[in-house]
Design a protein. Structure first.
Length: 97
């Protein structure tokens, strides 16, 4: 998947016992940490986060992919001064028929 609000996997490496995934790096922490650090979120910031997440969900659902674990901790922010969300942790994701 190639969407600005969905985690990008850059490379995958495999050893005899492990699989390593190289992904994008985010410096803004997750949404839960940011809201706690800033002691809240403004309506404008919430709108920016929700707009990005909804765009990601529409894109994913177009491919039949369901995330199934959306929560504040699974939304990363690109940088400390950005509210641009990136959906991560697809461990419980599923493909719908």
């Amino acid at each position: 998947m190639d969407h600005p609000n969905i985690l990008k996997c850059l490379s995958v490496m495999e050893s005899e016992t492990s699989i390593f995934m190289i992904t994008e790096h985010f410096t803004g922490g997750n949404l839960f940490e940011r809201i706690n650090r800033d002691r809240g979120i403004t309506p404008h910031q919430a709108q920016e986060v929700m707009r990005g997440l909804l765009k990601a969900l529409v894109y994913m659902h177009g491919f039949g992919v369901m995330h199934r674990d959306i929560k504040l901790q699974n939304v990363m922010l690109r940088s400390p001064d950005s509210w641009e969300p990136v959906l991560v942790d697809f461990g419980l994701a599923a493909i719908s028929d």
